[in-house]
Design a protein around this ligand. Structure first.
Ligand SMILES: C[S@@+](CC[C@H](N)C(=O)[O-])C[C@H]1O[C@@H](n2cnc3c(N)ncnc32)[C@H](O)[C@@H]1O
Length: 440
């Protein structure tokens, strides 16, 4: 049973989703503010769970609210729409007793200063309970309502992945497992596993990802032994695969061109003693790179700059390895960030594809002949991945694709694509290219 204070987490969830859907804010940022008033970890977890659930079920919940509310609420009362949608998602999930859900929703309206709408909230939710079967029959049966994605993105994924689109979208609605990266400079995989077992956390190892452990359940970071001491990080397996494509060796000069918040830079430095430059365009995000390095006891040259305009920051010495973990649609990590589907717009995609091309073309001359460039995205859209790679290879005669058999995912022409949920990983694309010596 929810506690008598169950209204607060539900109100926090409603406010956060309103910020996403009405004002285009990222859910994590909105939640960070709205969770501040919640003292109990359990309430914060509930607000997070409900807001994520509504992101995944928005078309159906929105349909129900519009069916059940006869007159659109006044603009200043708009929050009631989201309070109702949250409650309807909860009623549909049927994890809590319906009476408690209705009660909490009514109290949420009260606490939101919408006392005059208590009666409406109560009546709408009772009405839903009575008419549930009929409303379910009236619900459009299209994939938008069934799977909870905007039409344009759904069509895009369907056209890119005619065989797999439904599996991809379903995987985007699942909760990901918790992946850990073990800092093997600090301790061994066996020591890490033992420390986790000692606190009751079972883990499994994954072939081809030598630093990775997957936990059998999600836990708070504070419960992870060794996290504060920089012995462990949280990083999905697909992101961890990136370092394998770089073929690192001690002493190499490496550029991470899109570095924040520093997950892959840190992985590179944990792997080998080398000379790393981390570039990031956003100075606020760059602070997170430094914080990541501090926690892990790592160091590198950290620069603010536009990686696509190297003349503004490059010292003129070529790199042995370049990693472009490019800004992208993030369509491969929707299971982690279910708000992405509502925040992205078709025009964003065009701009991202242009930026990715600028990064690839602008950074290629900085690679020494014989060096390796790795292009990675957490996207599953071909325009950002295979098509981008194809264009790059056609325009650079001195680029040769490096085939890396045995890496996770489907081999594409060119590159490797991991689809969301495959091997329990996020959706991710990797391409490794070598710069040929002149005349070779
Ligand atoms: C996918 S994230 C990188 C994640 C990071 N590699 C990690 O593993 O933690 C892409 C980053 O590129 C940055 N970025 C976008 N445009 C850039 C540019 N022109 N030059 C450098 N960084 C850029 C974004 O601010 C964002 O932090």
């Amino acid at each position: 049973m929810p506690t008598p204070t169950g209204a607060e987490p539900r109100l926090a969830a409603a406010k956060a989703v309103a910020a996403v859907l009405d004002r285009g804010r990222a859910l994590d940022d909105a939640l960070a503010e709205d969770l501040r008033g919640l003292d109990k970890a359990r309430d914060r977890a509930l607000a997070r769970r409900l807001s994520h659930a509504l992101m995944r079920d928005w078309p159906a919940a929105n349909f129900l609210v519009t069916q059940l509310v006869a007159r659109r609420p006044a603009r200043r009362d708009r929050l009631v729409h989201f309070i109702l949608a949250i409650a309807l998602v909860e009623l549909r999930q049927a994890r809590e007793p319906a009476r408690a859900v209705v009660h909490s929703a009514v109290e949420s309206a009260d606490r939101a200063g919408l006392r005059h709408l208590r009666g409406l909230v109560n009546a709408v939710l009772r009405n839903y309970q009575r008419r549930q079967a009929e409303l379910q029959r009236a619900m459009p049966s299209d994939p938008v309502h069934r799977l909870g994605y905007p039409g344009w993105l759904l069509e895009r994924i369907r056209s890119d992945w005619p065989e797999d689109w439904e599996r991809i979208l379903t995987a985007g609605n699942a909760s990901p497992p918790l992946w850990l990266r073990v800092n093997r400079r600090r301790w061994s995989i066996d020591q890490a596993r033992q420390a986790l077992t000692d606190v009751g956390l079972d883990t499994r190892m994954v072939a081809g990802l030598p630093d990775a452990l997957v936990l059998d359940r999600r836990v708070a970071i504070s419960e992870l032994p060794g996290f504060e001491e920089g012995r462990l990080s949280i990083q999905d397996g697909a992101a961890q695969a990136t370092v394998e494509y770089l073929r690192l060796e001690p002493g190499l000069r490496v550029l991470d061109a899109c570095a924040a918040p520093g997950g892959k830079s840190a992985h590179v430095l944990e792997r080998e003693a080398l000379d790393l430059t981390a570039v990031e365009i956003d100075p606020r995000r760059l602070e997170r790179v430094s914080a990541t390095f501090d926690r892990l006891g790592l160091s590198a040259r950290v620069l603010v700059g536009d990686a696509a305009e190297p003349q503004t920051w490059w010292d003129g010495v070529p790199y042995d390895r370049i990693l472009i973990d490019a800004p992208c649609s993030a369509s491969g990590v929707i299971r982690r960030h279910p708000d992405i589907r509502w925040l992205r717009r078709p025009d964003d995609l065009k701009a991202l594809v242009r930026l990715q091309a600028r990064l690839l073309d602008g950074l290629w001359p900085l690679l020494r002949p014989g060096g390796i460039l790795v292009y990675a995205t957490c996207s599953i859209l071909k325009a950002e991945n295979e098509a981008q790679a194809q264009r790059f290879l056609e325009q650079h005669a001195d680029a040769r694709i490096l085939h890396q058999p045995g890496r996770p995912g489907h081999v594409q022409t060119p590159g490797h694509q991991i689809l969301p949920g495959e091997g329990d990983m996020d959706g991710f694309y990797h391409l490794a290219v070598e710069r040929l010596h002149r005349g070779s």
